[in-house]
Design a binder for this molecule. Structure first.
Ligand code: T5A
Ligand code: NA
Length: 250
C-alpha cells in the first residue's frame, strides 16, 4: 500500500514564529521533492474566515461560542480536501489548527493567572453578554466541535516567553494580542500537551512518530535557523510518508 502524506501542525503563542517556520518548512520539503501543501487557520478568505477576520480586528462582536464554532467550521470547510491530499501522498503543513481553537476559547473562561496582577477575564470585554457567557466555555465544550477532524501525526509547539514576544515588536492590534490573554492561552496549551505523548527532538525513528498524534515543544526563542533545524530534526523521519492510517481527533 502506498504511503500517505504526513500531517504536521505548527502551534504556538502569538509571535512565536509559526508563519516564518511553516513557510521555511514548506520550502525545504518542496526543494527535497516532497509533494507538500501549506494550510493556515483561520483561513480568512472563506465566508466563515471573513467573519472571523472581522471579529479578530474588533470590527464586529460575536458571542464567544459563536466565534468558537466559526473557527471550527473554518477547519471543517478544508477537511475534505486535506484528507484527499493526505491520502494521495501529499504532506500537509498547517499553521495553527484545532489546538489553537481550544486554547484561545477556553482561555477566556480561565481565572487570571495567579503570578500577575491581571484584571479579571471580563473587565476588558466589549461584549456585554460575555460575563454570563464564558461559564460554558469549558475545556470539554471547546474541544467538542473539532471531533472527527483529521488528526496530525505531529504537533510542533513553538514555545516563546512573553519577553521574547515583546522583543519581536510586541503583540499586534488584534483582539487576543494582549499579555494577560496570552498567559491564559499558554496555560491551556500546557493542559492540551499533557494529553499526548511527547517526542524528544533527537528521536527521529519513523516508528517513533507513527501511530498517533505526538506533541513536541521547541524553544522558539532561539534564532530562526536553530528553530528551523530543530523542526527539521523532528520532521525528517516523516518525509517519506506515513504507513499508518490517518487518525481523527480526538
Ligand atoms: N485563533 C486561531 C483562535 O482563537 N481560534 C482558532 O481556532 C484559531 C486557528 C489569529 C488569531 O486567531 C486565534 C489565534 C490568533 O490570536 P493568526 O492569523 O495565526 O491567528 O495570527 P498571526 O498574527 O498571523 O500570527 P502570530 O502573530 O501568531 O505570529 P507567528 O506566525 O507566530 O510569528 P511570525 O512568523 O509571523 O513572526 C513574528 C515576528 O517575529 C519574527 C518574524 O520575522 C516576525 O517579525 N521572528 C523572529 N525573530 C527572531 N527570532 C526568531 N526565531 C523569529 N521567528 C520569527
Ligand atoms: Na497574531
Amino acid at each position: 500500500m502506498p504511503k500517505r502524506g504526513a500531517f504536521i501542525v505548527v502551534e504556538g503563542l502569538d509571535r512565536s514564529g509559526k508563519t516564518t517556520q511553516t513557510s521555511r518548512l514548506y520550502d525545504r520539503l518542496s526543494q527535497s521533492g516532497t509533494p507538500v501543501k501549506l494550510y493556515k487557520f483561520p483561513d480568512r478568505t472563506t465566508a466563515t474566515g471573513k467573519m472571523i477576520d472581522s471579529y479578530l480586528r474588533s470590527q464586529s462582536e460575536l458571542d464567544d461560542r459563536a466565534i468558537h464554532l466559526l473557527f471550527s467550521a473554518n477547519r471543517w470547510e478544508a477537511a475534505c480536501s486535506m484528507i484527499k491530499e493526505l491520502e494521495t501522498g501529499t504532506t500537509i503543513i498547517c499553521d495553527r489548527y484545532a489546538f489553537s481553537g481550544i486554547a484561545f476559547s477556553a482561555a477566556k473562561a480561565l481565572p487570571p493567572p495567579s503570578s500577575s496582577s491581571l484584571s479579571s477575564p471580563d473587565t476588558n470585554s466589549t461584549n456585554p453578554s460575555k460575563s454570563i457567557s464564558t461559564s460554558t466555555l469549558s475545556y470539554e465544550w471547546c474541544r467538542a466541535p473539532d471531533t472527527g477532524l483529521p488528526a496530525p501525526d505531529l504537533v510542533i509547539f513553538l514555545d516563546v516567553s512573553e519577553a521574547v514576544a515583546q522583543a519581536r515588536g510586541g503583540y499586534g492590534q488584534e483582539r487576543y494580542e494582549k499579555a494577560d490573554m496570552q498567559r491564559r492561552v499558554r496555560a491551556v496549551f500546557q493542559r492540551i500537551a499533557i494529553e499526548f505523548p511527547p517526542v524528544d527532538v533527537g528521536r527521529r525513528a519513523q516508528g517513533e512518530l507513527e501511530g498517533g498524534l505526538r506533541w513536541i515543544n521547541i524553544d522558539a526563542g532561539q534564532d530562526m535557523d536553530k528553530v528551523g533545524a530543530d523542526i527539521w530534526n523532528c520532521v525528517e523521519a516523516l518525509v517519506g510518508g506515513v504507513g499508518t492510517p490517518l487518525g481523527r481527533l480526538w
